[in-house]
Ligand binder design. Structure first.
Ligand SMILES: [Zn+2]
Length: 83
């Protein structure tokens, strides 16, 4: 599955740049799964099925994916405004 998704063709910057490396609650490393998750979502899969497929089972970890929103673009407009 991971091979079909064309891993490694994106730089590690951009929209998933600020995704947390670990789950805040249980400490499981989750950052490496975000790219797969994003691609499944983009291909039209419901979040539940996408999370099942990438093997994120605990609900503390699942909320990390479900509630993630990149604010990088919003922050960028204030670049240089403070300090
Ligand atoms: Zn967790």
């Amino acid at each position: 599955m991971a091979e079909e998704l064309g891993r490694g063709d994106k730089p590690h910057t951009g929209e998933f740049f600020m995704f947390p490396v670990r789950c805040f609650t249980c400490g499981a490393v989750i950052a490496h799964k975000y790219e797969d998750y994003k691609q499944l979502i983009d291909s039209g899969k419901p979040p539940k099925e996408a999370l099942d497929e990438i093997g994120v089972n605990r609900y503390c970890c699942r909320r990390m994916f479900l509630t993630y929103k990149s604010v990088l673009k919003e922050f960028a407009q204030y670049h240089g405004a403070v300090g």
